[in-house]
Design a protein around this ligand. Sequence first.
Ligand code: HEC
Length: 134
Amino acid sequence: MDERLAAKISLFDKPKTAALILALLIAPYAAAYAADKIDGETAFKTACRTCHSVKEGDNRLGPNLHGIVGRKAGAAEGFAYSPAMDGSFSWDEARLDGFIADPEKAIPGNAMKPFAGIDDAATRKAIIDFLKGA
Ligand code: HEC
């Protein structure tokens, strides 16, 4: 081994110190990577787009979600909702969060199947933030 390199490495001859320094160096990148991973649009595409579009009027297996934050439930024109989605409330962030977390618990008997829900709160928030602008 190159002697100068060997000398540098011996500065870190305590493995714990070396590991700590390495962790400190990597931490900002790891955090950025984690934040990147929960990009709302990507998460929406992964979890919702099979059935939903955010384009106005574009109903698929599920109703279009254009402007869904603040929209009345069960109100997408031309979509045949189940009786459970009776339009008795408007979607706000808290309602959406509960519904995406566990649809069956939030609105029993709804037809959003076989979507089981998203456990991760940060992913749900990222999707809702994306929907706010969609
Ligand atoms: C397997 C298809 C499917 C997937 C996947 C799916 N949905 Fe749905 N979604 C539906 C259907 C069908 C309905 C209508 C439910 C009803 O009529 O009871 C619905 C209804 C909704 C509603 C109510 C809309 C309204 O007009 O009141 C929201 C909000 C919603 N979905 C959000 C989402 C989000 C966000 C995701 C992804 C995290 C998602 N859905 C994933 C099929 C799906």
